[in-house]
Design a protein around this ligand. Structure first.
Ligand SMILES: Cc1cc2nc3c(=O)[nH]c(=O)nc-3n(C[C@H](O)[C@H](O)[C@H](O)COP(=O)(O)O)c2cc1C
Length: 200
């Protein structure tokens, strides 16, 4: 089993979402000692935004790209290779201003490529990243689960389903800014959710 861990918090050691993602990875490795792990920290190695020059590079046929364009596409190719090689993807995702962290959006823009990770057919779009499990550790200062303010879960479900990633488990740690007791309760609950998710 190949595990790909994606960390998206701006914080390092203090990050709850990274710690919870790491916990999920540990529990998966407890069940499979042979599992390999690739960790991509999207803040330590920032991926460039999808700007006009990136779009120009992506939409230029490979044989006609300039060296700069080829280099830009190669950055996205590396992320696509990583997720294609993974059997399990584990993401740590803080809520930032009611959305996902910008580096995670850049990662999603990089791995979403027509003809490679999805394609359009006569029956509609088809995701090509099939047969993988996804675990997402969500951390929030407040409590937004199952409310309209939670744009993260509907967004991630939509984009993952579009890419063929349909086996997705969400683990929530909410209320982390509401005092020490609320924080401890949230982390304990997240640990329980992790046990349920990895057993499912
Ligand atoms: C820039 C910033 C924006 C945030 N926006 C929200 C928010 O919109 N809603 C919320 O519940 N918490 C928000 N928080 C709190 C974080 O989600 C919370 O601290 C979480 O633990 C951060 O994840 P981490 O521990 O992995 O770094 C925000 C924190 C920061 C630093």
């Amino acid at each position: 089993m190949n595990i790909l861990q994606i960390n998206s918090s701006a914080r390092r050691e203090a990050s709850h979402s990274t710690r919870l993602a790491t916990r999920i990875v540990e529990r998966l490795r407890d069940a499979d000692a042979e599992a390999t792990l690739t960790v991509r920290d999207l803040n330590r190695a920032p991926h460039p935004v999808l700007d006009e020059s990136a779009l120009g590079a992506l939409f230029t046929p490979a044989s006609q790209r300039t060296p700069d364009q080829a280099a830009r596409v190669a950055l996205d190719d590396a992320l696509i290779d990583e997720i294609q090689a993974a059997d399990v993807v584990v993401l740590g995702v803080p809520m930032y201003n009611f959305g996902v962290p910008a580096p995670l959006k850049n990662w999603i823009d990089a791995i979403s490529r027509a003809g490679v990770t999805f394609r359009y057919t006569e029956k509609g779009p088809e995701g090509l990243l099939k047969g993988k499990k996804v675990y997402v550790a969500l951390t929030r200062g407040g409590n937004y689960r199952n409310t309209p303010a939670d744009t993260q879960v509907p967004y991630l479900k939509t984009v993952f389903t579009f890419l063929g990633l349909t086996d997705v488990h969400f683990v929530y740690a909410e209320g982390l800014s509401l005092g020490a007791t609320a924080e401890q309760t949230a982390i304990a609950s997240a640990y329980e959710q992790i046990e349920e998710a990895v057993a499912a």
